[in-house]
Design a protein around this ligand. Structure first.
Ligand SMILES: Cc1ncc(COP(=O)(O)O)c(C=O)c1O
Length: 333
C-alpha cells in the first residue's frame, strides 16, 4: 500500500524498537511477549498520537491552517502531543478539556496538565463531560476565524480517516521488523479508546496480507460499541482515502475485550496497578495508568485464563502515556 500520495510530517527518527520481554515471559510462563516501543515516538513525551499527527498536521498545513484545536480528558496525551506538534511547527493550539469524570480537572494537577502549561497553548477551555466536544471545537473555531486565525479541528484522539494512516504506517514498520527478526507475531495487543490506533493497525496488517490477530483492550466503551466504531472508521478510511483499493475488514476480525475498564475511563483498577508495578519491576518499563496499564492488565489476565498457546508470539503495543503516571502517583504507590 503506497502512502506517498499523502502529505506527512516526520516527528520520529527511524523505527521504534521491538523489545523481547524475557522476564515477563518467564514470570507468566509464556507465550513469548514482545513490546513495540511507541512510547519512544517523537514530540514531547512520545506516544501513539505522534503517528496520527504526522498526517493530521500535514493536512492542516496543506489547508493553510495556523492553529490546531483538539480535545481530550484533563490528562490527555493526545492534547499534549497536539500542542507539542503545534509548537514544533510554529502554530498555535487550543485545547478543549472535557471533565469525563465530574470534577476531575484540577488547575494545579501535574502530569500532562503540567506539560500543557509548560508548552503554553493559545487557550485551554474546560467543559463538563456532557458537552458535545465537536460542537464546542467548531464553535471555538468560528470565534478564532473571526479574530483572524486559521483553525483546523482535530477530532477526539485524532481518530479520523487521516489519523488512521499513522497506524497503517506502524503496521508496515512492524511487518518489516518481524521479517528482520524472523518472527511471525500471532497476536498484537493495543489499548482501544477512540479506535484510530486499532483500526489503522488492523487495516495496515491486512493490506499486507499479514494475519496477526489484533486484540483491542477497551479503556472506555463496550465491546459492541468499539466493534461498530472500528468497522465504520475502516469504511471511512476506504471511502475517503483508498476508494480504488479498499482494505476489506470483516466484522469477526475486530476483536475487543471490554472486561478491563473497571468502574470507568481513567479510573484505577487493581489489575492496572498490578500491571504497572510488574512491568516497572521486572522489565523497567513505565506503563501509564489509563491506557497501557489497563491493556497490559488485559493481556496478563488473558494469559492466565489460557487464551494463548505457549508457542504464540504476542506483540504488545506500548502506546505511551507515562506522563500521566506522575498524576496518579498517590494511588500507585
Ligand atoms: C497512551 C495512549 N494509548 C492508547 C490510546 C488509545 O488510542 P486510540 O484513541 O487510537 O484508540 C490513547 C488515546 O488517547 C493514549 O493516549
Amino acid at each position: 500500500m503506497s502512502l506517498s500520495k499523502f502529505d506527512r510530517k516526520h516527528y520520529t527518527q527511524g523505527k521504534t524498537p521491538i523489545e523481547y520481554l524475557a522476564n515477563l515471559t518467564d514470570i507468566l510462563g509464556g507465550p513469548e511477549i514482545y513490546l513495540k516501543h511507541d512510547d519512544l515516538l517523537g514530540l514531547a513525551g512520545g506516544g501513539n498520537k505522534t503517528r496520527k499527527l504526522e498526517f493530521l498536521v500535514a493536512d492542516a498545513q496543506r489547508q493553510g491552517a495556523d492553529t490546531l484545536i483538539t480535545c481530550g480528558a484533563p490528562q490527555s496525551n493526545h492534547c499534549r502531543l497536539t500542542l507539542s506538534a503545534a509548537k514544533k511547527e510554529g502554530m498555535h493550539a487550543v485545547l478543549v478539556l472535557s471533565e469525563t469524570v465530574p470534577g476531575s480537572y484540577r488547575e494545579d494537577a501535574g502530569g500532562n496538565n503540567f506539560l500543557y502549561k509548560l508548552l503554553n497553548p493559545l487557550d485551554m477551555i474546560v467543559v463538563p463531560g456532557a458537552c458535545d466536544l465537536n460542537d464546542t471545537m467548531h464553535l471555538h473555531a468560528k470565534t478564532l476565524q473571526a479574530e483572524g486565525y486559521k483553525p483546523y479541528v482535530i477530532p477526539m484522539g485524532g481518530s479520523n480517516a487521516i489519523g488512521c494512516l499513522g497506524y497503517i504506517v506502524c503496521a508496515e514498520e512492524i511487518v518489516e521488523q518481524a521479517n528482520d527478526l524472523n518472527i511471525e507475531f500471532t497476536h498484537a495487543i493495543t489499548p482501544t479508546g477512540s479506535c484510530g490506533t486499532h483500526t489503522g493497525l488492523l487495516m495496515g496488517l491486512r493490506s499486507l496480507h499479514v494475519q496477526t490477530r489484533v486484540i483491542g483492550i477497551s479503556v472506555n466503551y463496550s465491546r459492541d460499541k468499539h466493534v461498530k466504531r472500528i468497522a465504520q472508521l475502516a469504511q471511512k478510511v476506504n471511502n475517503e482515502l483508498f476508494p480504488e483499493r479498499k482494505i476489506v475488514i470483516e466484522n469477526d476480525d475486530i476483536i475487543v475485550f471490554d472486561d478491563y475498564i473497571g468502574s470507568g475511563y481513567s479510573l484505577p483498577t487493581e489489575g492496572m496497578r498490578e500491571a504497572v508495578h510488574l512491568l516497572a519491576r521486572c522489565e523497567a518499563i513505565l506503563l501509564d495508568p489509563v491506557y497501557t496499564g489497563k491493556a497490559m492488565a488485559g493481556l496478563i489476565n488473558l494469559i492466565r485464563k489460557g487464551h494463548f498457546k505457549k508457542s504464540d508470539k504476542v506483540l504488545f503495543l506500548h502506546t505511551g502515556g507515562s506522563p500521566a503516571l506522575y498524576h496518579f502517583a498517590d494511588y500507585l504507590l
